[in-house]
Design a protein around this ligand. Structure first.
Ligand SMILES: NC(=O)c1ccc[n+]([C@@H]2O[C@H](COP(=O)([O-])OP(=O)(O)OC[C@H]3O[C@@H](n4cnc5c(N)ncnc54)[C@H](O)[C@@H]3O)[C@@H](O)[C@H]2O)c1
Length: 346
């Protein structure tokens, strides 16, 4: 993908969920391309990548909730926003099971709030990328995997349903005949990498516990399968999608899946991380517990491909799982050491 060097120069971009894992990595990527970034933050957390890597100093942070229509309208109009990446969401599956109402508020109302603000604004918006998820598809039998973009959405659990609703709502804003918005919806596999602070997710949880900062309690018997995308690859593909949509409005309403086409059993991911971190003793104990566990509230097997992204934009992920894992472990080693030093000194 050539010629994008100057594309983002002085473009006004709004990233919702900028304090989160993917939002902060995307901001880091776009800052290298001289974008003028505005970020919506609900809660300051100085431990996140945004602050950890001093990105906050180069971004216009605006504090508030994604469901606040008046605020979002004001941001889009006053800051003359040209591009939106909508990433804010309540992403923890366990939290969603306990608090479906607030999960639906953030994930569903949050989505139609930003789209309604965009629809009613007087500013020319060139692209809106909405992060849906592979979870929107719900469970499909193994012979139907990998998921295809034309599969119907069939979610069961609260988080999955919240993402599917946001996904469908986005499509109707894109296809609205009166005032269509330029929107692309992404349904990506599990994403991992530096800066993921959701320690209920498999990879950060495993890295932290294998480095002996916590205890790992497996959520299932380890037989479920997943695929994983490295966050730097995600930032790259978001950039491409926004730029291509700006050039070609016919892409609006399109859905793109992404995964690495590589499938891993949860058990093997646990093994990989513990072995990389030279903690065989705890690994043996975890493996002995696995057969006794039952997975609750989660899809058994998921698999995505990047086939459509490749067909449209010749994009494919650059980072192998092992390489991404290495970079991620190195990041957490520094982060966890700093964090625990800060805790003991305070
Ligand atoms: N991480 C993954 O594996 C993955 C995979 C596929 C899709 N996604 C989607 O990508 C997006 C970003 O995920 P992430 O992993 O960076 O999550 P994250 O939890 O790290 O970031 C989400 C951010 O949204 C903010 N937020 C939540 N509710 C809000 C509200 N009401 N108002 C304002 N801000 C609010 C949170 O404070 C947080 O900073 C989400 O939409 C998620 O569903 C993530």
């Amino acid at each position: 993908m050539k010629n994008f060097k100057y594309f983002w120069n002085n473009k006004n971009i709004l990233i919702t969920g900028i304090n989160g894992f993917i939002g902060s990595n995307l901001a880091k990527y776009l800052l290298k391309n001289n974008a003028n970034i505005f970020g919506l933050v609900r809660k300051i957390d100085k431990r996140t990548l945004l602050y950890h890597e001093n990105l906050d100093k180069k971004i216009n942070l605006i504090f508030g909730d994604i469901t606040d229509l008046k605020l979002i309208k004001r941001i889009i109009n006053e800051e003359n926003i040209n591009h939106i990446f909508h990433l804010a969401a309540q992403v923890e599956v366990g939290v969603a099971m306990k608090y479906p109402y607030s999960t639906f508020e953030s994930n569903i109302k949050g989505t139609y709030t930003i789209l309604e603000a965009a629809r009613t604004s007087s500013v020319k918006i060139n692209s809106i990328i909405v992060a849906s998820s592979d979870k929107s598809y719900g469970e499909y039998p193994n012979h139907k995997l990998p998921y295809k973009e034309n599969y119907s959405l069939n979610p069961k659990f609260f988080y999955d349903t919240s993402k599917a609703c946001a996904d469908l709502i986005s499509k109707s804003y894109a296809l609205n005949p009166k005032k269509p918005l330029p929107i692309i919806i992404t349904r990506f596999a599990n994403i991992f990498g530096p800066g993921q602070m959701n320690f209920s997710a498999l990879i950060p949880d495993c890295i932290r516990s294998s480095l002996k900062y916590s205890n790992f309690e497996p959520r299932g018997n380890g037989k479920d399968t997943r695929d994983f995308l490295f966050v730097e690859d995600v930032a790259e593909v978001y950039e491409i999608l926004a730029r291509e949509l700006t050039k070609n409005k016919k892409l609006s309403g399109q859905i793109f899946n992404a995964g690495t086409n590589e499938i891993f059993k949860v058990e093997d991911v646990i093994k990989k991380i513990y072995i990389k971190n030279k903690n065989k003793k705890d690994l043996l104990e975890i493996l002995s517990k696995l057969p006794l566990r039952k997975t609750k509230g989660e899809i058994k097997n998921q698999l995505m491909t990047y086939e459509k992204l490749y067909k449209f934009f010749k994009w494919k992920p650059k980072t192998t799982f092992d390489k991404g894992l290495e970079k991620t472990i190195n990041w957490y080693k520094k982060f966890l050491k700093n964090d625990s030093d800060n805790l003991t000194s305070s």
